[in-house]
Design a protein around this ligand. Structure first.
Ligand code: AMP
Length: 379
């Protein structure tokens, strides 16, 4: 019996465990909080990431370790990797944890990004803004997620406020200034690479964000054919450069038909949740197959899917459950502003049917406006 250890016990760990049960796998999650939602049915070790006793207990009870949470300190991942197999490897994690390191790598690989510059001081912010221009975004290099740790600068008057907001974090997590990209759309490639180097990507996914948090995804992307070969080639280059094992996501902006890389997530990703019902093999199952050295499953789409994220609180389930296209995922979390508490996926054989089912469901929830972008994309 193989036990997979997961660092982080959130909804991604929960969905990994759900996908792993048919493969006969057991799971152990580690989290800093005893309330982590995977703990509702996955055994857990609760401890700080730097607590060696907790890490040692975790290592003694698993055959292989992986991540639900990319901000596990790289030193803790290295400590574990010296004792048990850890995928993705700590080096890949370390680069993906740092927006400056990952954007530098993208550029080295010939992958375009928004213009960027490291910022360490208030004077450095002035210099970076002079070079990159306004509008731009100041972000923490490390430990930011879902738009947290970001400040948008529109006019010179915003520099002081940006520094008040993020300057105090500069010594600890570093800062990066990025040009603001007036993108037409956001897309992501969710891909998987096996221990033997086999690489597969799911169809390109189109994404919509609200307040920096993913709101909806649609796959396959409506005009993916024009963008997908380039996007997948970029993802493959990144995976090979990092000798990456497992699932990851590469988030890209589309501007004037060109792709610019925003960031990579070294784990299963919210924009790949649709694969549970909408692909032959889900991102969760293929991640487990990859880290265990098993053959990878097909990443082909099964029809057309839309994923709606539930942020803050779960809505009523019935309008989605009533739909023949509807699938419901409640992460078992308490409500809190800005928190991802669940999602729904609607899947149908063709776009017209999917649009009809989506409109009926969001109308019944009185949330059409929130998802108008994805509805209009369905033609
Ligand atoms: P991130 O945490 O970097 O993925 O940012 C969250 C969201 O903020 C992205 O998905 C975009 O919608 C937006 N965003 C981040 N960086 C930029 C940028 N340089 N230009 C325009 N929008 C951005």
């Amino acid at each position: 019996m193989t036990t997979v250890g997961i660092l982080g016990g959130g909804q991604l760990a929960r969905m990994l465990a759900l996908a792993g049960a048919p493969l006969g796998l057991r799971f152990l999650a580690m989290d800093t909080s005893a309330d982590a939602c995977a703990g509702q049915f996955v055994p857990m070790v609760v401890g700080d990431w730097r607590d060696e006793a907790a890490l040692a207990e975790f290592a003694s009870r698993v055959d292989v370790a992986t991540f639900d949470f990319e901000n596990v300190p790289a030193e803790s991942a290295e400590w574990l990797a010296a004792r048990i197999p850890v995928f993705p490897a700590p080096r890949a994690l370390r680069i993906a944890q740092d927006r400056l390191a990952e954007k530098t790598l993208f550029n080295e690989l010939g992958i375009g990004t928004p213009a960027f510059a490291a910022v360490d001081t208030r004077a450095g912010l002035d210099e970076a803004v002079a070079r990159i221009g306004l509008p731009c975004i100041l972000k923490t290099r490390r430990l930011g997620y879902d738009g947290k740790g970001q400040f948008r600068l529109k006019t010179p008057a915003d520099l002081d406020a940006a520094w008040v907001a993020l300057g105090p974090q500069a010594p600890k997590v570093g800062l990066i200034l990025e040009a603001f990209v007036p993108f037409e759309r956001e897309v992501s490639v969710v891909a998987v690479r096996g221990r033997d180097g086999e690489f597969r990507a799911w169809p390109l996914t189109e994404n919509w964000h609200r307040d920096g948090i993913l709101s909806a995804s649609m796959a396959p992307c409506a005009d993916g054919a024009a963008l997908e070969p380039q996007a997948v080639a970029y993802a493959r280059k990144v995976a090979e450069a990092l000798d990456y094992v497992g699932v990851f996501a590469l988030e890209l902006f589309v501007r004037d038909g060109q792709l610019l890389a925003n960031e990579m997530a070294p784990r299963v990703h919210n924009s790949g949740h649709w694969t549970i019902e909408g692909a032959e093999t889900s991102q969760f199952e293929n991640h487990l197959r990859a880290v265990l050295g098993l053959p990878l499953g097909s990443t082909a789409a099964v029809g057309h899917s839309v994923m709606l994220n539930w942020i803050g609180a779960m809505p009523e389930a019935a309008p989605v459950l009533r739909s023949p296209a509807g699938h419901w995922h409640d992460y078992g979390k308490s409500s809190r502003e800005g928190r991802k508490v669940g999602h729904a996926t609607l899947r149908a054989d063709d776009r017209a049917t999917l649009r009809g089912e989506l409109e009926t469901a969001v109308d019944a929830l009185s949330r059409r406006e929130e998802f108008s972008g994805v509805i209009s994309r369905l033609g």
